[in-house]
Ligand binder design. Structure first.
Ligand code: ATP
Ligand code: MG
Length: 431
C-alpha cells in the first residue's frame, strides 16, 4: 500500500461530529449580525503580500514570521494566504469605493493562516469571524461592536468572558509615549529579553505585550500611554466608557493592552477567559482609522473585532452548550435491490413533506440482513423504520415501525400504510 497522506500540521479536518456545532455557531452569528444591521462580505483567501506588510506593519509577529507567502509561478507576484481579514475587507471597501454614500457595517467568516507553533487553541489554519464598521468616527460604534460581542456571549450561554479595554491614542501621542518608553527600557537594558532588545527601537510598544514572565515587573513599571493622551483622545475614550457604563457592560482598563497589529488607534479591546489555558483571548479588536489610507484608499475611520471560532467552540463544548445533532425522522430498510425505484420515490415524497429520511444502501457485500439493517436504523437515531419487504411491496404497502418509545406513553405499534398515499401520512411521522 502507498504511504498514507495526512493533513498539514496545524491544519484540522472538521468532521460531521463537530461540524454540526460549527454550523450552529455560524447561524447564531448570522442572526446576531442581522440584529445589528451588519452585512456579509467575502474576500479572497489569497491577497498580495504587500497588503499585509503595509497594513499590519513590518515589525509584527504576523508579518515577521507567521505568513504563508509564495510567488505566483507565472508572473512572480508576491502572494500570501490571508493571516487575518481586516486588511482584505479594507482593501475591498477601498477598491469598490463602498463608502461613497456613507459608512458600512460588514462581517466575514472563514479560514485564516498563520505559521505558528500548533497547540491547544492555536492552529496554522484557524477560523475567524469578524465584524467591521467603516466610515464611522464616534465612540458609539466602538461601543456597539463591544456590546454586540457581549450579546453574543449571552445568546450562546457563555459566562466568564471578561472585557478589557484601553486607548492607544493617536500617532503623535504614541510617538511621545514611545520616546518615554524607549528611555525607560534603555535604562533597564539588562532586564530585556532578546525579542525586546530587537524591538526596542523598531516597535517598543509591542514589548508591553510580552508574554515573558521574567519581564512582567519591568513592563508593569513602564510609562503608560494613557498618561500621554490629549484631550480629544481622552474624550473619545470617555465617550466609550460612558456608553458601556450606562449599559452595565463590565470591563477593566488594561493600560498594557496594545494588540498585535500596528494599524490600531484609540479604542482597543479584548475578551478573555481563564477557561482555555494560555490561549485565553477569544475576541479582539479596536479602532483603525489609519488603515484605509495606509493601503491607498481614501482615508476613513473604522473599527472592528475578530473572534477565534475554534476557541469559542471549545468553550461551548466544555460548557455543554452545543445543540444535539439534527434528528432523523425515518430510516428505510430495504429487502431487495428490486425495491430501489419504489423506495427512492417514497423517500423523495416524504422529504418533500419536510421529513429527514435516510435510505439503507448496500455496502461492498450487499444490503445485509434485515436484522443488521434494523440495527443501522436504530443507530441512526431515527424515530421510525420504513420497512420495504417483499411482502409489503407486493401489496403496494410499506411497514412503519416506531423505533423509540412514544413520549406520551401511547402504544407504539407497527402499521402498514399504502405507498400511493405516502404524501398524506408523511405528516403524521413528523416530530
Ligand atoms: P494571540 O495573542 O493569541 O496570538 P492575536 O493577537 O494574534 O492572538 P488576533 O490577530 O487579534 O489574535 O486574532 C483574533 C482572534 O483570533 C484571537 O483572539 C484568537 O481568538 C484567534 N486566533 C488568533 N490566532 C489564532 C490561531 N493561530 N489559532 C486559533 N485561533 C487564533
Ligand atoms: Mg498571534
Amino acid at each position: 500500500m502507498a504511504d498514507k497522506i495526512t493533513a498539514v500540521k496545524g491544519m484540522n479536518d472538521i468532521l460531521p461530529a463537530e461540524s454540526a456545532g460549527w454550523e450552529w455557531l455560524e447561524q447564531q452569528l448570522r442572526n446576531l449580525m442581522a440584529a445589528y444591521g451588519y452585512r456579509n462580505v467575502r474576500t479572497p483567501i489569497v491577497e498580495p503580500t504587500a497588503l499585509f506588510v503595509r497594513g499590519l506593519g513590518e515589525v509584527t509577529d504576523i508579518v515577521e514570521k507567521e505568513m504563508y507567502s509564495f510567488e505566483d509561478r507565472l508572473n512572480g507576484e508576491a502572494l500570501t494566504l490571508r493571516p487575518e481579514n481586516t486588511a482584505g475587507v479594507v482593501r475591498a471597501v477601498a477598491e469598490h469605493a463602498m463608502l461613497y454614500d456613507g459608512g458600512k457595517r460588514l462581517y466575514y467568516m472563514g479560514p485564516m493562516f498563520r505559521h505558528e507553533r500548533p497547540q491547544r487553541g492555536r492552529y496554522r489554519q484557524f477560523h475567524q469571524f469578524g465584524a467591521e464598521a467603516l466610515g464611522f468616527a464616534g465612540p458609539d460604534v466602538d461601543a456597539e461592536l463591544i456590546m454586540m460581542a457581549c450579546d453574543l456571549w449571552s445568546r450562546l450561554g457563555l459566562t466568564g468572558v471578561k472585557l478589557e479595554i484601553n486607548s492607544l491614542g493617536q500617532p503623535a501621542e504614541r510617538l511621545q509615549h514611545r520616546q518615554a518608553l524607549i528611555a525607560y527600557l534603555s535604562a533597564h537594558q539588562d532586564q530585556l529579553d532578546e525579542d525586546a532588545r530587537r524591538r526596542l527601537h523598531s516597535n517598543p510598544l509591542r514589548i508591553l505585550d510580552t508574554k515573558n514572565p521574567a519581564m512582567q515587573v519591568l513592563v508593569n513599571g513602564a510609562p503608560r500611554l494613557m498618561d500621554h493622551l490629549g484631550a480629544e483622545s481622552l474624550a473619545h475614550f470617555n465617550g466609550l466608557k460612558a456608553i458601556l457604563d450606562a449599559n452595565d457592560v463590565a470591563y477593566t482598563i488594561n493600560p498594557r493592552l496594545v494588540r498585535g497589529m500596528d494599524y490600531y488607534n484609540l479604542s482597543v479591546f479584548e475578551f478573555v477567559t481563564d477557561q482555555l489555558g494560555s490561549q485565553g483571548t477569544v475576541c479582539a479588536g479596536g479602532r483603525y482609522d489609519g488603515l484605509i489610507g495606509q493601503i491607498g484608499g481614501k482615508p476613513a475611520p473604522a473599527v472592528g473585532w475578530a473572534l477565534g471560532m475554534e476557541r469559542i467552540l471549545e468553550l461551548l463544548k466544555s460548557a455543554n452548550l452545543l445543540p444535539a445533532p439534527p434528528v432523523v425522522d425515518a430510516y428505510a430498510v430495504v429487502a431487495t435491490a428490486n425495491a430501489w425505484p419504489t423506495v427512492a420515490n417514497v423517500l423523495r415524497t416524504l422529504r418533500a413533506q419536510g421529513l429527514n429520511v435516510l435510505m439503507h444502501s448496500a455496502g461492498p457485500d450487499g444490503l445485509g440482513s434485515m436484522k443488521s439493517q434494523f440495527k443501522k436504523a436504530d443507530g441512526s437515531g431515527a424515530r421510525y423504520a420504513l420497512v420495504f419487504g417483499e411482502d409489503e411491496l407486493a401489496h403496494g404497502m410499506v411497514s412503519v415501525k416506531p423505533l423509540r418509545a412514544d413520549p406520551n406513553g401511547t402504544p407504539t405499534v407497527q402499521r402498514q400504510l399504502p405507498i400511493a398515499e405516502s404524501a398524506r401520512w408523511a405528516t403524521e411521522l413528523q416530530a
